[in-house]
Design a binder for this molecule. Structure first.
Ligand SMILES: [Zn+2]
Length: 232
C-alpha cells in the first residue's frame, strides 16, 4: 500500500472513532506501521479525532522519535512503538479513552459474549493494571505489550483501551465493537444476573460475524458515515 492511501485510512480511522464513542477532547491516538520500514504513521497531539486529515499525520521511528511532520507527537507513543516491536502481525494500534470500556475496566470483570461484539474479546482482552498513569516511557510501553500478549486488545485500568489489528480497518472496527460490547455488558450487569454465550458458541459467532469480507463492508459503511459527518 502506498503512503498516501495509508494516510487516508488512518485519517478516516480517527474520524470514525470520533463518531463511534471514542471521542475524548484532543486525547487518543491511532497509528499504522509503514510497510517495509521501521517507522509508523501517527495522529498528532493537539487535534480531536474528528479534525484529523491526512496532512496532519506525523511519521515516527520505533524509538518514539518524530522524524517527519508538522505537528507535535503524543507523549504516549510508547504504547504503539513497543507493541509494533513485540507483535510483527500488528499493523495498526488504536489507543483511546472511551467511557463505557474505561468504566468496565475498573470493574475487573471478564468480558463475556453478551452481544455479538463480546465474541471478539471474550478470550482476548487482558486487563492492564501495572499502572494507571500515562504510558510515557519505553519501559511502560513494554509492560503494555507484555499484557497484550497475542490478544486483540487490552483494558487499561482507570485509563482507557488499546486495540490492535493486522490492518487499520480491523483495529478501528474492533475498537468500536469493544466499546459497544462493554456498554451492553454493563447495561445487563446493572439490570440483574447476566447470561452469555458459551465459549464454543462465542467462537462460532465470531467466525460467522467477523469474516474479512464482512469487516470490509463494515469499514466501507463507517467511512461513508464519517464522510457525511465531516464539516469540511
Ligand atoms: Zn491514554
Amino acid at each position: 500500500m502506498d503512503i498516501d492511501s495509508l494516510k487516508e485510512k488512518v485519517a478516516y480511522s480517527c474520524n470514525i472513532l470520533a463518531i463511534e464513542g471514542h471521542w475524548d477532547n484532543i486525547l487518543g491516538h491511532v497509528s499504522a506501521r509503514i510497510p517495509g520500514e521501521q517507522k509508523i504513521l501517527m495522529k498528532p497531539h493537539s487535534f480531536g479525532f474528528e479534525e484529523i486529515r491526512p496532512y496532519h499525520l506525523i511519521v515516527c521511528d520505533l524509538d518514539g522519535n518524530k522524524v517527519k511532520g508538522d505537528f507535535e507527537r503524543h507523549s504516549e507513543i510508547f504504547i504503539h512503538t513497543e507493541i509494533y516491536k513485540a507483535r510483527p502481525d500488528v499493523n495498526c494500534v488504536v489507543h483511546s479513552h472511551p467511557p463505557y470500556s474505561t468504566a468496565f475496566g475498573s470493574l475487573r470483570q471478564p468480558m463475556r459474549t453478551v452481544s455479538h461484539e463480546g465474541s471478539i474479546f471474550f478470550d482476548s482482552l487482558p486487563l492492564f493494571d501495572y499502572t494507571t498513569i500515562l504510558i510515557r516511557t519505553a519501559q511502560l510501553g513494554q509492560e503494555v505489550a507484555r499484557t497484550l500478549g497475542g490478544c486483540r486488545g487490552i483494558l487499561m485500568k482507570n485509563h482507557g483501551v488499546t486495540v490492535v489489528g493486522e490492518s487499520v480497518e480491523v483495529a478501528t472496527l474492533y475498537a468500536i465493537f469493544l466499546e459497544k460490547a462493554a456498554r451492553i455488558q454493563m447495561l445487563a450487569m446493572a439490570s440483574g444476573d447476566i447470561s452469555w454465550s458459551s465459549d464454543e458458541e462465542s467462537k462460532l459467532k465470531y467466525e460467522q460475524v467477523y469474516t474479512p469480507h464482512r469487516l470490509g463492508t463494515m469499514w466501507d459503511y463507517f467511512v461513508r458515515r464519517a464522510k457525511r459527518a465531516a464539516i469540511e
